[in-house]
Design a protein around this ligand. Structure first.
Ligand code: ATP
Ligand code: ZN
Length: 287
């Protein structure tokens, strides 16, 4: 039987939906039925394994899966020797220090000698060590934020997105020490040239999907006399496409614009007299 590449995806949690979405956008068809543990894509040699995110790095190391998607926090904390194939950019979150509302906090040095509750002793330990701070860790795997109130910790270090849970427990976020996004990880050696080839095909598609997500397709009308200036504002993939409008002196310009420069470009185009600016998402984009 032909070989398949096996990808481990979080079964149900914050990473699941976006992980499946990115693979679907690669044109890979599968059921994504949460009740099953394992399934195969119907049009690509890829097999899915749905598991807890904590288990993914070890499954990859042991060959149960070949690649997987996890938060960088989980990957760094476990420190299993794999490689990050791509930073996928979603599931952004931060690991922060939080202390009781009434505690004065001036920096990591304040934590000297304290008991800190965390699920990330390795990441936190590394950062405190760099700063020459010695603290003891209370290792908990959930409900970290209740530990100061029940008297088993003086401060906590946990993933934060809004801070609302912290406030409910009488804590305040005082310092972000680490930021994380979802990453695609894999063994340094996948193990077979057939699987290597499948991985390469998959990566090509993922890159095209990610590149497309960071660009917009922009179409606008422009007085022809300003065409020269426009090429300095919008690059396009090679250069913008220009077509003549029926109305004399006007052209229509089509180009791609990076998402993070979009509003700058938009304002400059408006200043040049551009009209009818249409912006649409790009589904896939290759170089
Ligand atoms: P599992 O049952 O699979 O072990 P879990 O409870 O450990 O799930 P989730 O809460 O689903 O995990 O979080 C998975 C990952 O999502 C985290 O490791 C982190 O990278 C990211 N994440 C955590 N909190 C947030 C957040 N508030 N916003 C965005 N991403 C987050
Ligand atoms: Zn988990």
């Amino acid at each position: 039987m032909a070989q398949m590449l096996r990808i481990a995806i979080q079964k149900s949690g914050r990473l699941s939906e976006k992980s499946l979405e990115i693979i679907k956008k690669c044109g890979i068809k599968f059921g994504s039925d949460e009740r099953v543990l394992k399934e195969q894509a119907s049009n690509f040699p890829l097999e899915f394994l749905y598991v807890r995110d904590d288990d993914i790095p070890a499954y990859i190391r042991d060959g149960v899966a070949d690649i997987g998607i996890v938060g960088r926090n989980e990957y760094d904390e476990q420190a299993i020797d794999l490689q990050v194939l791509r930073d996928l950019g979603f599931a952004k979150c931060r690991l922060s220090i939080a202390v009781p509302q009434n505690m004065q906090y001036t920096g990591l040095a304040c934590l000297q000698g304290m008991r800190i509750a965390t699920s990330y002793p390795n990441i936190l330990g590394g950062i405190l060590k760099e700063q020459g701070v010695q603290a003891s860790f209370v290792q908990v795997s959930g409900s970290v934020e209740v530990t100061p109130a029940v008297g088993i910790a003086d401060a906590i270090c946990d993933l934060v997105s809004t801070g609302a849970t912290l406030a409910m427990n009488g804590l305040k976020e005082v310092q972000a020490i680490y930021t994380s996004t979802a990453v695609m990880i894999g063994r340094k050696q996948i193990g077979s040239s057939e699987k290597e080839a499948i991985l390469k095909r998959l990566m090509l598609r993922i890159d095209a999907v990610m590149r497309a997500a960071s660009y917009k397709y922009v179409i606008f009308n422009l007085p022809e006399e300003h065409l020269d200036q426009v090429s300095h504002i919008v690059g396009g993939m090679k250069s913008p496409t220009v077509t003549r409008l029926m109305e004399a002196g006007w052209v229509s310009v089509q180009t791609v614009v990076a998402e993070d420069t979009f509003w700058d470009v938009f304002e400059q185009l408006k200043a040049l007299g551009a009209q009818g600016i249409l912006v649409t998402p790009i589904e896939k984009m290759t170089e």
